[in-house]
Design a protein around this ligand. Structure first.
Ligand code: MLT
Length: 404
C-alpha cells in the first residue's frame, strides 16, 4: 500500500482546527475567561422561521409512505434549482439553465472537489492571502510542487493582495490554467466591481483558463456597483465556474446546502466541463437530503427572503461596529462594507500569530491570524461579524481598552 504523499506536504492541522485547539488550551488553563469567538466565520443567528417550518414539513413527509423520498436526484431537486435560477440569477438578468446548477453540501467541498475534473498538470493561480481550502486541496492533488522558504508552493502562481493594490491582485504575466477568485473576499472583505472582474474574464478567455469563482459571501454586498455573480460580467460563461452557499446567507453552516454553476458553454477543447462535473458528482456525491433542499427552498419565499435579509443586516451591523471600533482604536482597517469580514493591520513588528496570542491574553477575543491565509497575510488579522451583537460590542470595547 502507498499513501498519497502529497498529504505529507501539508501542515498537520487545518487553520481553523489549529485555532480551535489553541483556544481550547487557553480555556482549559483559564476556566473563568469569558472568551468571545470572532475567529471562524460561523453564523450564530437561529435559522429563519420559514426555514424551520419547511424543515418540519419535509420531515413529516418522510414519515408517510406516500410522500417518503429515498435518494435525492444527483444534481438536486427541481423545486430548489428553479428557485435559484429565478431569484439568484434571472432577477439579475443572468440566464442560467437548470442543468447548469448543481446542488451540493457546501462551497468548501465543491471548491475542493472541483479539482477532480482537471489534470494534475494545470498551473494554479491563488490569491495571497486566500481561503486555505483552495491551496490545501491543490497540494493534496499534486499541483503544488514543494514548499519554499518563503512559505510559498513552488508551482503555484501567487497573486499578491496587499495595501499597495488595495487587496485586488493584478493579472499575472504568466499563463495560469486554474484561477481561484473569491469576492466578496475571504479573508480581506474586499468586493470586486465589474470592471475589475472583466479584466480577469478577458484574461481567462484569452488563455483558455478557468476562473473558480467563490461567491459564498455575495449576500453581504451592499453597494450597487458590485456584481453578485461573475456571470453579470460579459464573457464569464465561457471561462468561469461559480460557487454559492446557503451557509453564510441563510445560516446553513450546520444544515449544509450550497450550489455550483458550471455553464455548458465552458469547454476544454470539445469537452464540456458541465458533463465532467455531472459525471463526477453522480459517482462520488449522494446529493443533498430532501429535507435540507426544502429548507433551502424556503429561503426564496417572500417571508424567507425578508428573514434572511434581516439576519444578514444583523451581521453587517456587527462588521460595521468592529470596523469602526478598530479604526477608533487606531488600527488600519479594510473590508466590512460588503462583507462580514474585517481585515486589519496588527501593531508594528508583530506577527499575526503573536497578535493572536496577545489578543487572547489581553482581551479573550479570538480572531484569525492573517498569515493563516498565506504568507502575504502576515502582519494582518481577521475578525468576523458573525457573533452576537452583544458579544461583538463587548469585544470591541475590550479591544479599545486594551490599547495595543
Ligand atoms: C472562514 O472562517 O474563513 C470560513 O468560515 C471557513 C468556511 O466557510 O469554511
Amino acid at each position: 500500500m502507498k499513501i498519497n504523499e502529497n498529504f505529507l506536504k501539508l501542515q498537520s492541522s487545518y487553520l481553523f482546527s489549529t485555532i480551535g485547539k489553541k483556544v481550547g488550551e487557553y480555556s482549559a488553563a483559564n476556566p473563568k475567561a469569558q472568551i468571545i469567538r470572532l475567529g471562524i466565520g460561523d453564523v450564530t443567528r437561529p435559522l429563519p422561521s420559514e426555514v424551520i417550518d419547511s424543515l418540519h414539513k419535509a420531515a413529516d413527509e418522510m414519515a408517510n409512505e406516500e410522500t417518503f423520498r429515498g435518494y435525492p436526484p444527483e444534481q438536486g431537486n427541481d423545486f430548489l434549482i428553479s428557485s435559484i435560477k429565478e431569484y439568484d440569477y434571472k432577477l439579475r438578468d443572468v440566464n442560467i439553465d437548470e442543468d447548469e446548477i448543481f446542488i451540493s453540501d457546501g462551497a468548501k467541498s465543491d471548491t475542493g472537489n472541483i479539482g477532480d475534473i482537471f489534470s494534475q498538470d494545470n498551473a494554479v493561480a491563488v490569491c495571497d492571502p486566500i481561503y486555505p481550502v483552495y491551496v490545501d486541496t491543490n497540494v493534496m492533488a499534486g499541483r503544488s510542487g514543494e514548499l519554499t522558504n518563503e512559505g510559498k508552493w513552488s508551482k503555484f502562481i501567487y497573486l499578491d493582495c496587499n495595501q499597495e493594490n488595495d487587496f485586488f491582485p493584478g493579472i499575472p504575466k504568466e499563463k495560469a490554467d486554474l484561477i481561484y477568485l473569491c469576492f466578496p473576499n475571504n479573508p480581506t472583505g474586499m468586493a470586486a466591481d465589474k470592471a475589475y472582474l472583466k479584466k480577469w474574464v478577458d484574461y481567462a478567455n484569452e488563455n483558455s483558463s478557468v476562473i473558480l469563482y467563490d461567491a459564498a459571501y455575495e449576500g453581504f454586498i451592499t453597494q450597487d456597483n458590485i456584481p453578485h455573480s461573475i456571470y453579470e460580467v460579459q464573457g464569464a460563461k465561457t471561462c468561469a465556474i461559480e460557487f454559492r452557499s446557503f451557509s453564510k446567507t441563510a445560516g446553513f453552516t450546520g444544515v449544509r446546502c450550497a450550489y455550483t454553476i458550471v455553464p455548458k458553454e465552458l469547454k476544454c477543447g470539445d469537452v464540456s466541463l458541465n458533463s465532467l462535473w455531472a459525471r463526477r458528482q453522480a459517482t462520488k456525491f449522494n446529493g443533498v437530503s430532501y429535507i435540507t433542499q426544502r429548507a433551502a427552498q424556503a429561503v426564496y419565499s417572500e417571508k424567507g427572503r425578508a428573514q434572511v435579509m434581516g439576519n444578514i443586516a444583523y451581521y453587517q451591523n456587527n462588521a460595521k461596529v468592529i470596523s469602526e471600533g478598530l479604526k477608533e482604536a487606531g488600527f488600519k482597517v479594510w473590508g466590512a462594507v460588503n462583507s462580514p469580514y474585517v481585515w486589519f493591520k496588527v501593531p508594528q513588528k508583530m506577527t499575526s500569530w503573536d497578535f493572536f496570542d496577545l489578543m487572547l491574553e489581553k482581551t479573550q477575543v479570538v480572531g484569525t491570524p492573517g498569515s493563516g491565509f498565506g504568507p502575504a497575510g502576515e502582519g494582518y488579522f481577521r475578525l468576523t461579524g458573525f457573533g452576537s451583537s452583544a458579544k461583538t460590542l463587548e469585544a470591541v470595547d475590550r479591544i479599545k481598552n486594551a490599547r495595543f
